[in-house]
Design a protein around this ligand. Structure first.
Ligand code: ADP
Ligand code: MG
Ligand code: MG
Length: 249
């Protein structure tokens, strides 16, 4: 599904990713962990196609296509979802209307017909039940005045609606209280199946008690310095990141 080879990227002339190799197959959940500043969010942003970042080497293949040549919209059309893609507050635009546009844009990209109002509402209801979100939240302006937990719920709802092949979740260190962890984890666990995959970027081992990854990779100083199974996350929790730092020099 996703093959990253020797990916190098940076910002404003500074190299941040220094040769990333990673392969993700359908049905797998991968976690990327690592200390602050190691390049986790940069990796997620490069995969999302954020324009501030410059790719200086390597390749990324997604669903048989050269991901790096696709616009962010085309990436979404191919089935890539990013949790931080729509964090903006949009006064006057309800989550419902926003989702209608997003779902139909993806359908259009895939050559499918626009969903009519009835089918769209039916889909909304199914997905709302799945991720336990209530109607009142969906009629409020997108992200405006949402609490941390509500933003997380909304993100997971977006993911449920867009039915991505690969979801990249960048769980930044701030605001991930236990409620938010549960919301994200329950959503991901309900949505995972043998045909999709998840790349969960996190600073915290704790999240991985709830989303059990098949593989764990430790990113340090722009490189994956260690890969393993979920036991690696436990080892990290026990020994701390200093253990990785001494290994990586
Ligand atoms: P992580 O998500 O692992 O904490 P980041 O990808 O956010 O790490 O950052 C990796 C490195 O890139 C850090 O040294 C950070 O200071 C630098 N960096 C990130 N974004 C920018 C930016 N917009 N401008 C300059 N440096 C940046
Ligand atoms: Mg950080
Ligand atoms: Mg980060």
């Amino acid at each position: 599904m996703l093959t990253i080879k020797d990916l190098r990227a940076g910002i404003e002339g500074k190299e941040i990713l220094k040769g990333i190799n990673l392969q993700i197959n359908p049905g797998e959940v991968h976690a990327i962990m690592g200390p602050n500043g190691s390049g986790k969010s940069t990796l997620a942003s490069v995969l999302a196609g954020k324009e501030d970042y410059e790719v200086t080497g390597g390749s990324v293949e997604f669903m048989g296509k050269n991901l790096l040549e696709l616009s962010p919209e085309e990436r979404a059309g191919e089935g890539l979802f990013l949790s931080f893609q729509y964090p903006i507050e949009i006064p006057g635009l309800s989550t419902t209307n926003f989702m209608k546009t997003a779902v139909n844009e993806i359908r259009k990209y895939r050559g499918q017909e626009e969903l009519d109002a009835v089918s769209f509402l039916k889909m909304m209801k199914e997905k709302m039940a799945l991720v336990e979100i209530d109607q009142a939240m969906l009629s409020r302006s997108l992200n405006e005045g949402f609490s941390g937990g509500e933003k997380k719920r909304n993100e997971i709802f977006q993911m449920a609606m867009l039915e991505p092949k690969l979801a990249i979740l960048d769980e930044t260190d701030s605001g991930l209280d236990i409620d938010a962890i549960r919301i994200v984890a329950n959503g991901v666990n309900k949505l995972r199946n043998s045909e999709n995959a998840v790349l969960c970027v996190t600073h915290y081992q704790r999240l991985l008690n709830y989303i059990v990854p098949d593989y764990v990779h430790v990113l340090y100083n722009g490189r994956i310095v260690k890969s393993g199974t979920k036991e690696l996350a436990l080892e990290l929790e026990e020994k701390g990141y200093d253990f990785i730092k001494t290994m990586a020099v």
